[in-house]
Structures are given as structure tokens and as C-alpha cells.
Design a protein around this ligand. Structure first.
Ligand SMILES: *[C@@H]1O[C@H](CO)[C@@H](O)[C@H](O)[C@H]1NC(C)=O
Ligand SMILES: *[C@@H]1O[C@H](CO)[C@@H](O)[C@H](O)[C@H]1NC(C)=O
Ligand SMILES: *[C@@H]1O[C@H](CO)[C@@H](O)[C@H](O)[C@H]1NC(C)=O
Ligand SMILES: *[C@@H]1O[C@H](CO)[C@@H](O)[C@H](O)[C@H]1NC(C)=O
Ligand SMILES: *[C@@H]1O[C@H](CO)[C@@H](O)[C@H](O)[C@H]1NC(C)=O
Ligand SMILES: *[C@@H]1O[C@H](CO)[C@@H](O)[C@H](O)[C@H]1NC(C)=O
Ligand SMILES: *[C@@H]1O[C@H](CO)[C@@H](O)[C@H](O)[C@H]1NC(C)=O
Ligand SMILES: *[C@@H]1O[C@H](CO)[C@@H](O)[C@H](O)[C@H]1NC(C)=O
Ligand SMILES: *[C@@H]1O[C@H](CO)[C@@H](O)[C@H](O)[C@H]1NC(C)=O
Length: 279
């Protein structure tokens, strides 16, 4: 970013005097910087990347970290979820359990659910909600390795466990008629994992793919479109615990003032956009 500042200054100096540039609010400038973890997804309000973006450019509880593969990671009640796609328009995000999604996929024909355990989803309810039309997958741990024939298909696609103390793992959808009988064969944890796509009734439905493709959460945060449409950058004031709309002149409560008739402010905004999209 620093090495682009001269270009930016030259561009602006052609258009404006230096005094106007000096007046661009520093909150606005900080929150105009587009960042990614490396996978190409642009992270913006209400999310912000820890150590890459200022916390005031996001909303409390929407901090993201980056994993070594360049994926954004959301931590919900101490469990990491990889962010696949953020849909800012409909305020939803597709996530999957990082423990299984990040595993070294040396055997693509099965998913290892024993050494990389999925845990029950626990949401900070004031921030995120599970979109309701999705399915629930029930994972049963420490199951008997000699199963009755009608239950064998529930371990299809799950890697055989080398370490027998971890036990056989079974996966069924929560409304499967065999759930009660299957759970009798298992003495370990029962974990409920939300999944977005479900095709089939038991075995052979590509359970690894289903788990890795994740599920959808929606979020509650202030409606930011009014601020953005007025040319502002959304943010948050931790001291008052309120949404802020950062504008070129100063932070506002909801939206920026209408553009001044002389057009100077519009040109600053255009200059900044060009600057950021080239970085
Ligand atoms: C939100 O948008 C994404 C991508 O455009 C889509 O996959 C998802 O189903 C949408 N969610 C809702 C609740 O409309
Ligand atoms: C993945 O597993 C293979 C074979 O076990 C190994 O050679 C490779 O280094 C592993 N890669 C990572 C990133 O752990
Ligand atoms: C999130 O989705 C749930 C279930 O579909 C819905 O009841 C809720 O109103 C949504 N919340 C927001 C903030 O969109
Ligand atoms: C596993 O199943 C077999 C056959 O039904 C049974 O004999 C055995 O006792 C079971 N083992 C456990 C630990 O439940
Ligand atoms: C991959 O998993 C399948 C099914 O569990 C198994 O039959 C196969 O031997 C495994 N391959 C390797 C290289 O581990
Ligand atoms: C099997 O897993 C248990 C629990 O994770 C561990 O204590 C034990 O050392 C493992 N055994 C082998 C042979 O890897
Ligand atoms: C569950 O097991 C019992 C006894 O083994 C059997 O009679 C019953 O049909 C099974 N239920 C289902 C849904 O298969
Ligand atoms: C996960 O949640 C289910 C109920 O939704 C519960 O029965 C189960 O005990 C929980 N598992 C763990 C490991 O806490
Ligand atoms: C946000 O506000 C705009 C303009 O008032 C409105 O069109 C839009 O539907 C609102 N979005 C949400 C998610 O409330």
C-alpha cells in the first residue's frame, strides 16, 4: 500500500489542492482499505480481519482470522469455521467446520471424522442464526465395528479408523428412521452437524462433500446500505457501542451529507476508490 501513495498523491494533486486531501477523515481512509486472507474473498463490514483491518471498521463479534491456506476463519464459541462465501446483500455466510475442512486430503474417498472431530454448533445468538431450511446430520462416535446389515451404509464415506479406541463413526440425517437403532450400537458422543445440501437417505451420498461444503448462517447487524449508498464506509464506535458511517469529512450516525455542489467531495471519493481497487 505504501508504495502506491505517490501515485495516489499525483492523481489527487492533478484534481485538487493538498488541503482538501488532508481533510479526508482517517476513519474513512482506514475503512476504505479492502483486504483478503489470500483466497480472493474481499472482507468488509460487518466483518474485519484481525491485524489487517481496524476493529472499528467491523462490528463486535465479526472478527475474522486467516488460516495458512488463505481462507478466512470465523471463531464461534471457540470453534473455528472456514468462511466459503459471504453474501453481503442477503446477510448470510457459508461456513464449514475447520477441523475437517483443513485436513490433509490424502484420501479423497473418505472423510476422517475421528481424529478431526466435529463439535456441536454453538452460536452467539445475538449475532448469528442458522438458516432454517437446512438438514441436520447426526454423527455417532465409538460405534460397534460389527454392525447389523441395515446400518452398514451409515459409515460409507467415513474413513476406517486405524486407532480402534476412537471407534467406528456413523452419520445419519436426524430424521432417519434408523437413528434409534444406530445409536444403540454406539457408546461415544452424539454430535449434531448442520448441513446445507442433502441428497439421499443414508449411505452413498458423499458425506465428505456434504460436510465440507458447509452450511449457511445469517447475521444480524446494522443495515449498512444507507451509509454505503451515501458514499460512506461502515464502522463501529466502541465507546458509544453504536454503528458509525465514516465519511470523507467525519464520522456520521447513519449516512454522509449530500454531496456538495462544487463537486470536490465527489472527486475525493472517486480518487479513493481508484486508489483502493488498484491495491
Ligand atoms: C444468499 O445469497 C447466496 C449467494 O447469492 C445464496 O447462495 C443464498 O442462498 C442466499 N441466501 C438467502 C437466505 O437468500
Ligand atoms: C499431506 O499428506 C501427505 C502424505 O501423508 C504428505 O506427504 C504431505 O506432506 C501432507 N501435506 C500437508 C500440507 O500436511
Ligand atoms: C435468519 O434466518 C432465520 C431462519 O431462516 C430467520 O428466522 C431470521 O429472521 C433471519 N435473521 C436475519 C437477521 O435475517
Ligand atoms: C458388537 O456387536 C456384536 C454383534 O451384534 C456383539 O456380539 C458385541 O457384543 C457388540 N459389542 C459391543 C461392545 O457392544
Ligand atoms: C481410502 O479410504 C478407503 C475407504 O475407507 C479405503 O478403502 C482405502 O484403502 C483408503 N486409501 C488409502 C490410500 O488410505
Ligand atoms: C489411540 O487413541 C487414543 C486416544 O486418542 C490414544 O490415547 C492412544 O495412544 C492411541 N493409540 C494408538 C496406537 O495410536
Ligand atoms: C430396530 O431394531 C429392532 C430390533 O433389532 C427391529 O425390530 C426394528 O425393526 C429396528 N427398527 C428399524 C427402524 O429398522
Ligand atoms: C450435541 O447436541 C445434542 C442435542 O442437540 C446432544 O444430545 C449431545 O449430547 C451433544 N453432544 C455433545 C458432545 O455435547
Ligand atoms: C436496508 O435499508 C435499505 C434502504 O432503507 C433497504 O432497501 C433494505 O431492504 C434494508 N436491508 C435490510 C437487510 O434490512
Amino acid at each position: 500500500m505504501k508504495n502506491q501513495v505517490p501515485d495516489f498523491c499525483v492523481f489527487i494533486l492533478c484534481v485538487l489542492s493538498g488541503t482538501v486531501l488532508a481533510k479526508v477523515d482517517h476513519f474513512y481512509k482506514a475503512c476504505s482499505v479492502r483486504e483478503t486472507c489470500g483466497d480472493g474473498q474481499t472482507i468488509t463490514f460487518p466483518f474485519y480481519i484481525r491485524e489487517k483491518q481496524q476493529p472499528f471498521c467491523g462490528y463486535p463479534g465479526f472478527e475474522i482470522s486467516c488460516n495458512s491456506n488463505g481462507n478466512p476463519v470465523l471463531n464461534l464459541n471457540n470453534i473455528d469455521y472456514i468462511i466459503h462465501e459471504i453474501s453481503y446483500n442477503n446477510q448470510s455466510v457459508r461456513v464449514s467446520n475447520a477441523a475437517v475442512s483443513e485436513t490433509n486430503n490424502s484420501n479423497a474417498s473418505c472423510i476422517d471424522l475421528s481424529s478431526h472431530r466435529i463439535q456441536n454448533l454453538s452460536l452467539p445468538e445475538d449475532r448469528f442464526a442458522l438458516l432454517s431450511y437446512q438438514s441436520e446430520l447426526v454423527l455417532l462416535y465409538n460405534c460397534n465395528s460389527s454392525l447389523p446389515g441395515e446400518l452398514l451404509r451409515y459409515r460409507d464415506g467415513i474413513c476406517e479408523v486405524k486407532n480402534k479406541t476412537a471407534g467406528t463413526v456413523l452419520a445419519l440425517v436426524s430424521n432417519d428412521a434408523n437413528l434409534v437403532n444406530a445409536s444403540r450400537e454406539c457408546s461415544g458422543d452424539l454430535v449434531v452437524a448442520p448441513v446445507d445440501v442433502y441428497a439421499g437417505n443414508g449411505g452413498g451420498f458423499g458425506i465428505g462433500e456434504v460436510i465440507k461444503s458447509g452450511f449457511l448462517l445469517n447475521w444480524t447487524a446494522s443495515n449498512f446500505s444507507v451509509c454505503e449508498e451515501s458514499g460512506g464506509r461502515c464502522g463501529f464506535d466502541a465507546s458509544t457501542y453504536h454503528f458509525k458511517c465514516f465519511c470523507t469529512d467525519r464520522p456520521h450516525a447513519q449516512q454522509c451529507d449530500p454531496v456538495k455542489a462544487n463537486g470536490l467531495i465527489t472527486k475525493v471519493a472517486i480518487g479513493n476508490t481508484a486508489f483502493n481497487s488498484s491495491s
